[in-house]
Design a protein around this ligand. Structure first.
Ligand code: BGC
Ligand code: BGC
Length: 596
């Protein structure tokens, strides 16, 4: 008996050891492959690997061979025509074919912002944006959603998503608040792990895995005034306490890449900050993947372009999202190395990191798209999980006299509001185009359609944009909130309801019917004055294509369980407001959410 125990103990120790090895990002076999390749590469080829170009700026296809780009990306809205899954796979394969014709045949790694599903692709399933995923408090579900996104991305050949965004949003005026899981570093860390595990799977070379990118390093959500690309003015202890945990968690989960932030830390642009990128991220945290710059972000460093490149590469940026003037980038970086302004060893380190990710992805063995997966894009099975994400993300803030759930057999329901019947609005930014747009931009179910499907055949569902004509209905459902926006264009000084929404509420008040308000929004809106006129208030964030998930909760097939991922302010003067503040007195606190 004793002997069996001894054997078991030894076995379990062996297991623990091999697990630890698996956890390490480097493997001796891959490092050997990299040594072999590096020893054959010219400086031009190495610099090529460090260059990432947006598809729209490649002047001629032969440039992919001539310069040996390490990476190509589709920025938001950079879609093939027609925007079909097949056309994406064709595009990817044609570029990869060119890359394989380079002297050493090093494949490109293709990147895209698949930040709530494969969101540039028409017909792909669109999940709630991260703020809604944070509200679910369900990391297993978040992981599942990322597994699905990975399959849809891999189907088109694409290898790499610029996600998860592990920003900790501290000021709702920031237009990227919805890309954050919430204001708490703990919540962000938990979801970061789930997303990385979902995208990357158990092994990066699994055909169903893609490589993840934690972004934007570091402090993007903490800028003063919530200004996009602004300045995060906090001491190092605060930076580490609030903005670093998401990265620690992503690195522990094996994240392959990290994107630097446009923003500054105490006046110094992150893209030029060697302490943050090299000392902290690569040194102290032991990050062994590669660091990519953000879109033309090095251009914002002080000095001319040559000096921008020098500062960024010496700070520790490994790949530059140029994304346009690649000739200028490449010739300057070569010159910097030749003149000794950037060391050969820095270049080798950058290229080693890039090749490491490519080897781990299995790109050398399987460079092309996996077309068997194409039918999976936007399939019913994927939509069912997105629908679950929607219903679990809903946060019920008010439910006077338990008006919700609604019976399915009411005589008449009057639906209204600008976001009731608009796929584009319910998806938000980063959907088909960079900023997103209103209207019928992709396949899905609007909230109105979901309601119509859910009710009994005796129930009449009427609709008006502005709430007019509600008189006599048993209940009115008003779907209000924001219209699509993304980075740079989404910052707001005033988060009150717009005139369309106020008119809708006024019409419903005049009609004197009980009113359920659903907010489609990327962040808390100022509703203190209107709250009395709402019998129920359900926050749906930016739910994506599966509007059925809202009907699931409205009619009681499921009880709401979402919890606020951010504090809900009473008025603009309270912003920034975050859990843990002194004199914390929000309209609804962090973590609030009713159920039935
Ligand atoms: C954004 C990134 C994004 C990149 C590529 C930048 O403007 O800040 O989040 O990944 O563009 O589209
Ligand atoms: C691209 C985005 C990018 C942005 C940055 C847009 O044209 O499509 O992906 O983030 O420019 O300014």
């Amino acid at each position: 008996m004793k002997r069996i125990w001894a054997v078991l103990v030894v076995l379990s120790m062996l297991f623990a050891c091999s697990n630890e090895l698996n956890d390490s990002f480097t493997t001796p076999a891959i490092e050997k492959e990299i040594d072999r390749l590096l020893s054959q590469m010219t400086l031009e080829e190495k610099v090529g690997q460090m260059t990432q170009v947006d598809i729209r700026y490649i002047k001629k296809p032969e440039d992919v061979i001539k310069y040996g780009f390490g990476s190509i990306l589709s920025g938001g809205g950079a879609t093939p025509t027609p925007n079909t899954p097949e056309a994406w796979a064709d595009l990817y394969d044609s570029l990869q074919t060119l890359a394989l014709r380079t002297r050493l045949g090093i494949p490109i790694i293709y990147g895209i912002d698949a930040v709530h599903g494969h969101n540039n692709v028409k017909g792909a399933v669109i999940f709630p944006h991260n703020i809604g995923m944070g509200a679910t408090r369900n990391p297993d579900l978040v992981k599942k959603a990322c597994e699905i996104t990975a399959v849809e991305v891999a189907a088109t050949g694409i290898d790499w998503t610029f996600g998860p965004c592990v920003a900790v949003t501290r000021d709702e005026r920031w237009g990227r608040t919805y890309e954050s899981f919430g204001e708490s570093p703990d919540l962000v860390s938990e979801m970061a792990k789930a997303e990385v595990e979902g995208f990357q799977g158990t092994s990066l070379d699994d055909p169903l895995s893609i490589v993840a990118c934690a972004k934007h390093f570091i402090g993007d959500g903490g800028t003063t005034g919530g200004v996009d690309q602004g300045n995060t003015e906090v001491d190092e202890e605060t930076l580490r306490k609030i903005h670093l945990p998401g990265y620690i968690s992503a690195i522990k989960a094996g994240v392959g890449t990290i994107m630097a932030s446009y923003s500054s830390w105490n006046g110094i642009k992150c893209h030029g900050n060697k302490y943050l990128i090299t000392t902290l991220l690569k040194g102290e945290l032991g990050f062994e993947g590669f660091v990519v710059s953000d879109w033309a972000a090095i251009d914002q460093l002080p000095g001319d372009y040559r000096s921008d490149i020098k500062t960024a590469i010496n700070a520790g940026i490994d790949m530059v999202m140029v994304p346009d003037k690649y000739e200028e980038f490449i010739s300057n970086l070569i010159d910097l190395v030749e003149k000794g302004d950037v060391s050969q060893s820095r270049i080798d380190d950058a290229v080693r990191r890039i090749l490491r990710v490519k080897f781990k992805l299995g790109l050398f063995e399987n460079p092309f798209s996996n077309r068997d997966l194409l039918p999976k894009i936007g399939c019913e099975e994927h939509r069912m999980i997105a629908r679950q994400c929607v219903r679990e993300s809903l946060v019920l803030l008010k439910n006077k006299n338990n008006i919700l759930p609604l019976p399915k057999n009411l005589k008449r329901i009057h639906v209204s509001g600008k976001n009731a019947d608009d796929i584009g609005n319910q998806c938000g930014g980063w959907t088909i185009t960079w900023q997103g747009s209103s209207g019928n931009i992709t396949d899905g179910t609007t909230i109105l359609q979901g309601i119509k499907k859910a009710v009994s055949s005796e129930t009449k569902v009427t609709y008006s944009f502005d709430g007019s004509g509600a008189e006599g209905a048993d209940v009115a459902i008003a779907v209000l909130g924001e219209r699509p926006y993304a980075e740079m264009k989404g910052d707001r000084q005033d988060l009150s309801l717009d005139s369309d929404d106020l008119r809708t509420l006024e019409n419903l008040r005049k009609a004197n019917v009980p009113t359920v308000v659903i907010l489609i929004t990327g962040r808390p809106l100022i509703i203190t004055e209107q709250l009395d006129s709402m019998d129920a208030l359900l926050v749906a964030w930016l739910p994506g294509t599966e509007g059925d998930g809202i009907a699931d909760v409205l009619f009681g097939d499921f009880s709401p369980k979402g919890k606020l991922p951010v504090s809900w302010p009473r008025d603009m003067s309270q912003i920034p407001i975050n859990i843990g503040d002194a004199n914390y007195d929000p309209l609804f606190p962090y973590g609030f959410g009713l159920t039935y």
